[in-house]
Design a protein around this ligand. Structure first.
Ligand SMILES: O=C(O)CCC(=O)C(=O)O
Length: 264
């Protein structure tokens, strides 16, 4: 199923382009989630380096355990991120002929894990256009008390706060600005098999996990197959360039072994 086309229709594309995100149901079936989810969780346990007790962590550390580019460490995860179903959805939503890997990351919000502050991802990325989309793939049904991803609809065109890294400051300042401007917040549970897609400049956050179970999530960050590297504008972008596309050159298409074409 990871390669079967998903029935994307025009209204999905319009919704995504108007709102900067979309949630789609029945993208993955329970067997597929359980098969790949088991391996993703095994790799998260093996590779996680965050072992500070919850009460001593800062806001970012409380939000989730973060393990990146799992596809480079596991053939099974590599198979998953090379799936054409999710990558095909990404291409349709962005309106690009092809999509490449930017990177993947598992984001596990532990029981009693804190909220994820408001932010926009593209602040971190040295990418020349906004043709980027993150597939946020929960590995279980995710009710409101587990911290499902929430979006500020239409905020991908709002430029205030784009320069704020994930922090207590971004939570407060972006929250206030979005409220003042009248943006609608969309926060709903995820059914098993439901996946969201959000654009690089869409503001998003997640509530805390107050359940006794970890909120297990895999993400795949896709970019236009013709994405070019831009001159990094901050230290985060310089670090991202070295980490996610080493060897790519400013002004050129990002075509390194870490950034394979995933679709078509
Ligand atoms: O999973 C979370 O809590 C945050 C996810 C996120 O910010 C992202 O995938 O861009």
């Amino acid at each position: 199923m990871i390669h079967d086309p998903y029935p994307i229709i025009d209204s999905h594309i319009r919704f995504y382009q108007d709102n900067g995100f979309i949630k789609l149901k029945q993208v993955l079936d329970p067997d597929t989630i359980s098969h790949y989810g088991e391996e993703i969780t095994r790799k998260v346990r093996e590779l996680n380096t965050l072992d500070v007790p919850m009460e001593e962590r800062n806001t970012y550390q409380k939000a989730f355990m973060q393990v990146t580019n799992l596809w480079r460490t596991s053939d099974v995860v590599s198979q998953f991120v090379h799936g054409k179903r999710l990558a095909g959805i990404a291409a349709s939503l962005m309106g690009t002929e092809s999509v490449r890997m930017y990177h993947d990351q598992a984001l596990y919000k532990e029981p009693s894990g804190g909220f994820t502050p408001w932010h926009a991802d593209q602040f971190y990325w040295p990418l020349a256009s906004d043709k980027t989309v993150t597939a946020w793939i929960p590995l279980q049904a995710t009710p409101l008390d587990m911290g499902p991803l929430a979006f500020s609809a239409k905020s991908h065109r709002f430029t205030y706060g784009r320069d704020l890294p994930i922090s207590d400051e971004s939570e407060q300042m972006i929250q206030k600005a979005l409220k003042m401007e009248g943006f609608m917040m969309y926060e709903e549970p995820f059914e098993l098999g439901e996946v969201s897609f959000h654009s690089g400049w869409t503001f998003h956050r997640a509530g805390p996990n107050t359940t006794e179970h970890p909120r297990k999530v895999m993400t795949i960050i896709y970019m236009d197959g013709n994405m070019r590297l831009k001159e990094p504008e901050n230290d985060n972008q310089r670090l991202d360039q070295e980490t996610w596309c080493p060897g790519a050159r400013v002004g050129e298409v990002i075509d390194t072994p870490l950034n394979p074409i995933l679709y078509p």
